[in-house]
Design a protein around this ligand. Structure first.
Ligand code: ZN
Length: 219
């Protein structure tokens, strides 16, 4: 191929791969959040490091159980847990978040860098990229557009990182005893039902080419 046509081909490929836009709307990640994230890595996982960075091995799919994008964003934006989650406040003050937030119309928003730790899945945050979907409440089930965008994101992330697993949040406790499970407190669990196995299976079926590992079965 001639050099100019190679450049044109490369540009076309770049344009093609970014066809579905990822819109950056960063949540607050101030010094307090950095410190709380490092503290979380140390206290929950015994990982001591100077940065809040992770090595992604897994993608976890969620729903926010909040019907609007604005309210979902607000739930993740502040650095510390608001008072309405006292059930997990004694564990760490770090607010919950996820790397991506997908609106009901399928628009993909990136809330934070993909390799910074987000608090979204007990035991696995040190290796898991979180995708939250707006909705999941009665009257606001997840949509076809969200499904398409989740499939797009898994393709994007599995092409970029060494991803072994794609799981639904409701499956997370199946990793207890797995080498990736690092939570130190056996009593620290929350029961999850998001985002529904139908949604998870559809995403897995559409991304079979990556040969993700099967989720461990309970002993
Ligand atoms: Zn969840």
């Amino acid at each position: 191929m001639k050099k100019t046509s190679l450049i044109l081909w490369t540009l076309a490929m770049v344009a093609c791969s970014t066809q579905k836009k990822i819109v950056d709307i960063p949540i607050i990640f101030d010094e307090q959040r950095v410190e709380l994230t490092k503290e979380y890595l140390l206290n929950r996982y015994e990982i001591e490091q100077d940065t809040p960075l992770i090595t992604p091995k897994m993608v976890v799919l969620h729903w926010t159980a909040i019907p609007s994008l604005k309210k979902s964003f607000e739930a993740f934006n502040r650095s510390t847990l608001p008072n309405w989650r006292p059930d997990i406040e004694n564990v760490s003050g770090l607010n919950v978040s996820a790397h991506f937030l997908v609106d009901q119309d399928g628009t993909i928003y990136r809330l934070m860098p993909e390799t910074t730790m987000a608090r979204h899945t007990i035991g696995l945050n040190h290796c898991a990229i979180g995708i939250e979907n707006v909705g999941g409440t009665e009257g606001f089930p997840l949509t076809k557009q969200q499904l398409k965008s989740n499939i797009y994101l898994v393709n994007y992330l599995a092409s970029k990182y060494d991803i072994d697993y794609v799981i639904g949040h409701q499956e997370y406790t199946l990793f207890e005893g797995h080498p990736l499970w690092l939570e130190v407190d056996d009593g620290y669990r929350t029961k999850k039902t998001d985002p529904g196995m139908d949604f998870v299976e559809k995403v897995r079926n559409a991304t079979k080419k990556f040969n993700f590992k099967p989720v461990p079965t309970k002993q």
